[in-house]
Design a protein around this ligand. Structure first.
Ligand SMILES: [Zn+2]
Ligand SMILES: [Zn+2]
Length: 239
C-alpha cells in the first residue's frame, strides 16, 4: 500500500489510498487484552452518553455528529443514553478535574466486547473534565490531549471523548463534528497533508477547526474509506 505522503500526489491517489485502507484494527482493553475494536461498526449505531453536569451538551453533540453522518450519506443511527456503567468508568479514569482518556478507552473497549452479550457500538462520552493522555505512536489512536484539547476520537477503538469543562464556551456541535470525522476513520488532520488537485479551504478537520464545513479532500477520504469497507465486507454502510 502507498504511504499517506504518496497519496498526496493526486486526487486519484488520495481516493485510492483511503479506499484500500485496511479498516480492521485492534484495540487494547483492560489489562492489555486485545480486541477487534473496529467491530464497533457492525451495528451501525453510535450512542452519546452524557455524564454528570453535561446533559445540556447532548443536543449539540448529536447534531454535530449527525451533520457529518448525513453529509456522507452513511447509514448510522445516533442516539443518546444515560448509563451508570459509563459514569463509573469515567469516575475510575479521573481525578478531580482531569481525565485520562486512554484509561477510559480501555474500559470502554472491554465493556463493549468482553461480555456474554457483546454490544458493539460507537461510544461518545461527554465529560466535564480536562483530558490528559499520551500521544499514540501508531496511526490509530487519539493524537494528543492538553488543557486546550476539547475532544479525542478513534475509529480503531470506536470512541469519542468530548471535554466540556464548566465555565468555558465551545462550539460543541462543531467539535463533535470534528471528532465524528476521527471516529468515522479520518485520522490525520486537514492541515497535515496538502494534496495536489484539492483547493485549500476552511475545514472542520483542521487541527484547530475553523468553521463547521468539511472540505472536499477530507470528505473524499471518508467517502472512499467507507466504500472500501463495503467492498471488502460485502456489507452496506451507506443509505
Ligand atoms: Zn482532531
Ligand atoms: Zn479538510
Amino acid at each position: 500500500m502507498a504511504s499517506l505522503d504518496e497519496a498526496c500526489a493526486s486526487v486519484k491517489a488520495w481516493q485510492q489510498y483511503f479506499y484500500e485502507f485496511n479498516h480492521e484494527m485492534s484495540a487494547s482493553g483492560r489489562r492489555g487484552t486485545q480486541y477487534r475494536g473496529s467491530d464497533w461498526i457492525t451495528n451501525r449505531r453510535v450512542v452519546v452518553y452524557p455524564t454528570a453536569g453535561t446533559l445540556e451538551h447532548v443536543g449539540p453533540v448529536m447534531h454535530g455528529m449527525a451533520d457529518l453522518v448525513d453529509s456522507l450519506g452513511l447509514d448510522f443511527s445516533i442516539v443518546s443514553c444515560e448509563s451508570d456503567s459509563i459514569d463509573n468508568m469515567v469516575h475510575l479514569s479521573s481525578k478531580r478535574t482531569k481525565l485520562r482518556f486512554n484509561r477510559l478507552a480501555e474500559f470502554l473497549v472491554s465493556w463493549r466486547f468482553d461480555r456474554d452479550d457483546p454490544s458493539p457500538h460507537g461510544v461518545v462520552v461527554i465529560v466535564p473534565h480536562y483530558l490528559r493522555g499520551k500521544c499514540n505512536s501508531d496511526n490509530t489512536g487519539p493524537k494528543l490531549a492538553s488543557d486546550s484539547t476539547c475532544g479525542v476520537g478513534s475509529f480503531g477503538a470506536g470512541y469519542v471523548v468530548m471535554s466540556v469543562p464548566p465555565g468555558k464556551t465551545y462550539d460543541v456541535a462543531q467539535i463533535a463534528k470534528h471528532e465524528a470525522g476521527h471516529l468515522l476513520g479520518l485520522n490525520p488532520h486537514h492541515d497535515r497533508y496538502r494534496v495536489n488537485g484539492y483547493a485549500d479551504s476552511n475545514c472542520v478537520m483542521h487541527a484547530s477547526s475553523s468553521g463547521s464545513a468539511m472540505c472536499g479532500k477530507c470528505r473524499d477520504a471518508l467517502w472512499h474509506f467507507w466504500k472500501g469497507i463495503e467492498y471488502r465486507t460485502g456489507k452496506k454502510y451507506f443509505k
